[in-house]
Design a binder for this molecule. Structure first.
Ligand code: ZN
Length: 332
């Protein structure tokens, strides 16, 4: 069984051909980052226009690379939400038009469930029930995945997403957008000696708040600059990252213990951060919990993960009615 998967929720146009069970035959990603860099972040109107320009080429290229034709495709998977409404509309409209023109059924897919499903591509031992941690530029969630269809949200960010806080601190350190990767490599050379706050919120809470930490880092930088001190960027990066990691590790391990889960799967763009991966893996090992993450190419937004979740969504509920709409605030 084959699905043609389309992902346009933010600033990457991605199309993949995925074969059951979770074999990725192609995964084409047209990144818009070079354009958005000039503005220091994603500009929604530019993003939708660029999706329109790229989508047809991406579909042809994904089919070519997979050595398949449209007639081989059993159903289309498309990101329905959450995401930027204009961006989502491009993918959903294209998928629906293609479905009407070819009689291939279409299924709307939840982007967040897609991130979680990205872990299935190369981790065949990962099976529900487990705890999923999704950390990216737009999302931060702890989920209890009971089975392939049922998941419960245990916690989420109350302000900035993890990746967003990385980008904001990076900006103050003079690193261009997106700054996560460079901040991570600065941190590798630094020391955790600045005592930035660990914000755990209420004792039992699995929610996150990164804006207080971000403010503490920015205040420190401003005060030091005013005093005429030379900033140690490596130490700032390391101290910031350590504060993020301590909180994430405490919450995700506590979530697994509370629910009696023996596996944790990390996904989303920030799951590519080695310091975060290693810290969770190390803490997991001490508690007898196995930790999984996707290959780097499936951590950012990509259509392969939408195809993998597409199979689950298609089995769960069948094809979507042709009048289904993009849902920028789609819940899990
Ligand atoms: Zn995403």
């Amino acid at each position: 069984m084959l699905t043609l998967a389309i992902e346009t929720s933010c600033d990457d146009t991605s199309v993949a051909v995925v074969e059951k069970p979770n074999i990725v035959l192609s995964n084409v990603v047209a990144s818009q980052i070079a354009t958005h860099i000039k503005y220091g972040g994603v500009v929604p109107e530019i993003a939708s226009r660029m999706h329109i320009e790229a989508i047809e080429f991406c579909v042809k290229e994904a089919l070519n690379q997979a050595n398949k034709m449209l007639k081989d495709i059993d159903f289309i998977s498309v990101t329905q939400g959450p995401g930027l409404v204009g961006s989502l509309l491009v993918g959903v409209s294209f998928a629906k038009a293609l479905s009407v023109a070819t009689d291939i059924p279409v299924v709307g897919v939840n982007h967040m469930r897609g991130h979680i499903a990205s872990c299935y591509i190369s981790n065949h031992e990962l099976k529900p029930p487990y705890i999923a941690l999704v950390i990216s530029g737009g999302h931060t969630y702890i989920m209890d995945v009971e089975d392939y269809n049922t998941m419960h949200k245990m916690g989420e960010t109350r302000d900035d997403a993890t990746g967003e806080s990385y980008d904001k601190v990076a900006r103050v350190l003079g690193i261009g957008y997106p700054g996560g990767a460079e901040l991570e490599s600065l941190a590798e050379k630094g020391r955790d000696n600045l005592n930035f706050p660990r914000i755990y919120l209420e004792k039992d809470s699995f929610d996150f708040s990164f804006s207080g930490l971000k403010t503490a880092v920015i205040n420190y930088i401003n005060t030091e600059t005013m005093k005429g001190h030379v900033l140690n960027r490596e130490d700032i990066a390391k101290s910031f990252q350590s504060a993020v990691i301590d909180v994430i590790v405490e919450k995700v391990i506590r979530a697994a213990k509370l629910r009696g889960r023996k596996q944790i799967a990390i996904s989303g763009g920030v799951s590519n951060n080695k310091a975060i991966r290693n810290a969770i893996a190390e803490a997991g090992e001490k508690s007898g919990i196995e930790v999984f993450y996707p290959e780097p190419k499936y951590t950012g937004d990509n259509a392969a993960m939408i195809g993998v979740e597409g199979f689950l969504a298609y089995e769960r509920a069948g094809e979507s009615p042709i009048n289904f709409v993009a849902d920028p605030n789609m819940g899990l």
